[in-house]
Design a protein around this ligand. Structure first.
Ligand code: SAH
Length: 266
C-alpha cells in the first residue's frame, strides 16, 4: 500500500523531453565524483535533474553550491517536494534559453544526465559561455560521448570534437548500459568529463575557424583541397592533401590562418 503510494508520486517519463531516469545509484555517485577541479568554481548547475538521482549526491558536497535547471514542471514539483532545501535554487526552464547572468556571478560547473535529443545543442550553448564553465561532467549517448572524446585520426572524430577540444581537455569516464535506466533508452550511454584548457582565444579568426571546420567535415571523405572549395581557392599547403578527420585543432587553426589570406573571405 505504502509502496504503491510512493510509486504513484514518481514522475511519468516523457519521451519528447528525453526522460530516461537513471536508477543505478553506483553510476549516479560515479558521475558526481567525476567533478574534479573544485578549486576553479564554487557553484554547480545540474541540467535536467528529473527526480534528483544525481542531485541527491551533489547536495552533501561542501565544495560547491548546487543549482538545477529543469524544463519539466512535473519534475520541478517533485524536486520542490522532495528536496525543500534546494527549492530556491531550482530554475524552472529551458537550459537552451538560460541566461547565466541572471543566476550566477562568476564561474560554475555543469553536470547532468543530458536529454540525449539536445546534447549537441547543449554543448554549442556551453561553448558560447565557455569562460564561465571550467568543467562539464555529463552522460549522453555513448556514440556522441566517444565522438567528442575521440582524438584526430579516428573515424568518430567530428565537428563537435574539434570545437570542444579547442577549449576543453576531455576524458571518457565510463560506459552505461540501457538497463541502468527506467525506461531503458534504445542506445548505450557514456559519461565524459571536459575541463577548460588554458586557451583564452584561438590564434585565428574564430568565426572563420568554425566555418572551416564545418565545411571540412561536410565532405569528410574528400581531401581538404576539395572539401574546402566553398570557403575559397586555398593557396597550396601540405595539410590540404589530408582529410578533415586527420587534422588536430592546431592544424585547423593553421588552415584558418591560410583561409584568412584569401581576399574573398575577409
Ligand atoms: N537527471 C535525471 C533525468 C535525466 S533525463 C536522471 O538521471 O534520472 C533528462 C532530463 O532533462 C529530464 O528530466 C528532462 O525533463 C530534462 N530536460 C529536457 N530538456 C531540457 C531542457 N531544454 N532544459 C532543462 N532540462 C531539460
Amino acid at each position: 500500500m505504502n509502496y504503491k503510494k510512493q510509486d504513484d508520486s514518481r514522475v511519468r517519463a516523457k519521451k519528447h523531453l528525453g526522460q530516461h531516469f537513471l536508477k543505478d545509484l553506483n553510476i549516479a555517485q560515479r558521475i558526481v565524483d567525476g567533478l574534479s577541479s573544485h578549486g576553479n568554481y564554487d557553484q554547480v548547475l545540474e541540467i535536467g535533474p528529473g527526480m534528483g538521482v544525481l542531485t541527491q549526491f551533489l547536495l552533501p558536497k561542501t565544495a560547491f553550491t548546487t543549482h538545477v535547471i529543469e524544463i519539466d514542471t512535473e519534475s520541478v514539483t517533485y524536486l520542490q517536494k522532495h528536496y525543500p532545501d534546494l527549492a530556491p535554487r531550482i530554475i524552472a526552464g529551458d537550459f537552451l534559453k538560460f541566461n547565466p547572468d541572471e543566476h550566477f556571478s562568476g564561474t560554475f560547473a555543469i553536470i547532468g544526465n543530458f536529454p540525449y535529443n539536445i546534447s549537441s545543442q547543449i554543448f554549442f550553448r556551453a561553448l558560447e559561455i565557455r569562460d564561465r564553465i571550467p568543467e562539464i561532467v555529463c552522460m549522453l549517448q555513448k556514440e556522441v560521448a566517444q565522438r567528442i572524446a575521440s582524438p584526430p585520426g579516428n573515424k568518430d572524430y567530428g565537428i563537435l570534437s574539434v570545437f570542444l577540444q579547442a577549449f576543453y581537455d576531455i576524458d571518457y569516464l565510463v560506459s552505461v548500459p540501457p538497463g541502468a535506466f527506467d525506461p531503458p533508452p534504445k542506445v548505450q550511454s557514456g559519461v565524459i568529463r571536459l575541463r577548460r584548457n588554458s586557451v583564452t582565444a584561438l590564434e585565428c579568426n574564430e568565426k572563420l575557424f568554425f566555418r572551416v571546420v564545418k565545411t571540412a567535415f561536410n565532405q569528410r571523405r574528400k581531401t581538404l583541397r576539395n572539401a574546402l572549395k566553398p570557403v575559397g581557392e586555398m593557396p597550396d599547403h601540405p595539410l590540404l592533401n589530408k582529410r578533415a578527420e586527420q587534422l588536430s585543432v592546431k592544424d585547423f587553426v593553421e588552415l584558418t590562418l591560410l583561409a584568412q589570406t584569401l581576399p574573398a573571405v575577409n
